[in-house]
Design a protein around this ligand. Structure first.
Ligand SMILES: [Zn+2]
Ligand SMILES: [Zn+2]
Length: 255
């Protein structure tokens, strides 16, 4: 399996996952043009792309799905509540419905969908499994539920939310109501909460950790990396750490 976080953050999210000749996207908050340019930059072929799996209807996750799916004839997998909540964002695409908790199969890739606590209609996290590798992707979480934590066991790679530094959020420019939303049970994970999740699910097979959905206002890659690094150091674990970026794709990781 290979994967690449093409973009991560409140201005757009998209992750490419490929097994053999079949690739899927988890979300697309980028314009079709931008997504194709980023894939090309990393040597990922759009002709391999089959489908988009939608985690939830927030603008930064669905904004670019419609145009891309229509241009490339991609199947869009979303729950009926997400489709409804997305308004027109998924209209006129080849839609297929599923229910959260269901497993989706794309060639030899299995995508497990796990319900999450986030302020969307029917939000989910995913775990991608091939014959030899297991990747978890959780980037919009209010709190880490028992089910999420259990689902992220035995991963080889993890893309995990390190949204905000709590002090920066509290002292930052956001209105009080937005601060409450971000740090609430249905908002986003702080560096501290992300590090706690990482600590809980860390095991010897976890080789690659990508920190995602890092706030440009209430966090920095340095603060997020430091929190995650300290957590791994305490465990004596040396997984490779990288902060995903809003503006450019990560390297392509081979698992
Ligand atoms: Zn988001
Ligand atoms: Zn969201």
């Amino acid at each position: 399996m290979k994967f690449c976080v093409l973009a991560s953050g409140s201005k757009g999210n998209a992750t490419w996952i490929q097994e053999g000749d079949e690739a899927i996207l988890i979300d697309n908050g980028l314009s079709a043009k931008d997504l194709k340019a980023r894939a090309k930059e990393r040597g990922l072929l759009i002709s391999k792309l089959r489908a988009v799996v939608v985690t939830h209807e927030h603008h930064d996750h669905v904004h670019g799905i419609g145009p891309l799916a229509r241009q490339e004839r991609l199947v869009v997998w979303a729950t009926s509540q997400t489709v409804k909540a997305a308004g027109g964002a998924l209209a006129k695409t080849l839609l297929k419905n599923f229910q959260v908790g269901q497993e989706l199969t794309f060639g030899s890739l299995t995508i497990s969908t796990i319900p999450t606590s986030h302020d969307a209609a029917d939000p989910l996290a995913v775990v991608a499994q091939s014959k030899t590798a297991r990747l978890g992707l959780v980037t919009d979480l209010g709190v880490v539920t028992h089910l999420v934590r259990e689902s992220l066991k035995n991963l080889n790679a993890l893309v995990v939310e390190f949204n905000h530094d709590l002090v920066k959020l509290i002292e930052g420019p956001y209105p009080f109501s937005v601060k409450q939303r971000v740090r609430g049970r249905m908002g986003h994970l702080s560096n501290e909460q992300g590090a706690e999740l990482l600590t809980d699910i860390c095991h010897p097979g976890l080789g690659q950790v990508v920190l995602g959905h890092i706030s440009g206002t209430n966090n920095s890659p340095e603060l997020a990396l430091s929190a995650a690094g300290q957590a791994l150091e305490r465990l004596g674990h040396n997984a490779t750490l990288l902060a995903a970026d809003q503006r450019r794709p990560t390297p392509v990781f081979e698992l």
